[in-house]
Ligand binder design. Structure first.
Ligand code: ATP
Ligand code: MG
Length: 220
């Protein structure tokens, strides 16, 4: 089964959407649209498919994200009143605690779609590479055990060609979408599906726009 994002132009690039129950990494440098992607995925989940959503932020406040969403006409406060979405802000200091809190919230809300924005920070609290790998593995394992389809975001440092800060998480997830921003290109924003384990997917670089109603992947 596929979980469509309903982000215009995107699902057809990945054979209909994300795999149900999968964990999908959205990575990109700062300002590339990772948080907008998360908001749009969850908003569409509720409004197009009647699936409840949970947004876990480790970087912004709940109020800030609601304000950002409203700029695109996505009224999260309204949906939250109806129990259809929830935004929770958690400090990323300890992955085990974060995992427990996310599990609690998934059970409490009945969310089918979960966005975790971002996982970059908690890598910073662990010094040894093998422990980063182990903790992230355990964290993703827990997510897998839940009846949800999730997206997690990771920030790519400005000077890096990797897919995440420590180059670990991309190996452990089912799919990776990379968002890019290039000031000199004709189309400034583009995305590529870097991997998707279980589906045929586009191998091309696709320009996209962020307009007043969100992300649109362009047909070019
Ligand atoms: N209402 C809007 N209309 C058009 N574009 C917008 C609008 N709001 C935000 N944007 C664009 O989206 C970008 C922000 O995207 P977003 O916050 O999702 O990035 P991000 O990848 O999450 O960044 P960070 O790493 O800083 O969290 C802005 O830099 C801006 O160019
Ligand atoms: Mg963000």
């Amino acid at each position: 089964m596929k979980v469509a994002t309903d982000i215009p132009g995107l699902d057809k690039l990945m054979d209909g959407g994300f795999e149900e129950g999968s964990i999908n990494l959205i990575s990109g440098k700062t300002g590339t649209g990772k948080s907008v992607f998360c908001l749009q995925f969850l908003f569409n989940g509720v409004t197009s498919f009647g699936e409840k959503g949970l947004y876990v932020t480790t970087e912004e406040t709940e109020a800030y994200l609601k304000k950002q969403a409203l700029q695109f006409g996505w009224d999260f406060s309204e949906l939250e009143k109806k129990g259809l979405v929830k935004i929770v802000a958690f400090e990323p200091f300890d992955i085990d605690t974060l995992t427990t809190k996310i599990t609690e919230q998934v059970n409490l809300t009945g969310a089918k779609r979960v966005a975790i924005d971002s996982v970059s920070m908690f890598e910073l609290y662990i010094s040894e590479a093998y422990r980063i790998r182990k903790s992230i593995f355990k964290f993703l394992q827990k997510l897998k055990e839940m009846d949800i389809t999730s997206i997690v975001t990771a920030e790519i440092p400005e000077d890096s060609n990797a897919l995440s800060r420590f180059g670990v998480i991309e190996f452990l997830v089912d799919a990776v979408i990379v968002l890019q921003y290039m000031t000199i290109a004709k189309y400034k924003r583009s995305l590529m599906i870097r991997k998707m384990r279980t589906s045929k997917h586009s191998m091309n670089i696709h320009p996209f726009e962020i307009t007043s109603d969100g992300i649109h992947v362009m047909d070019v």
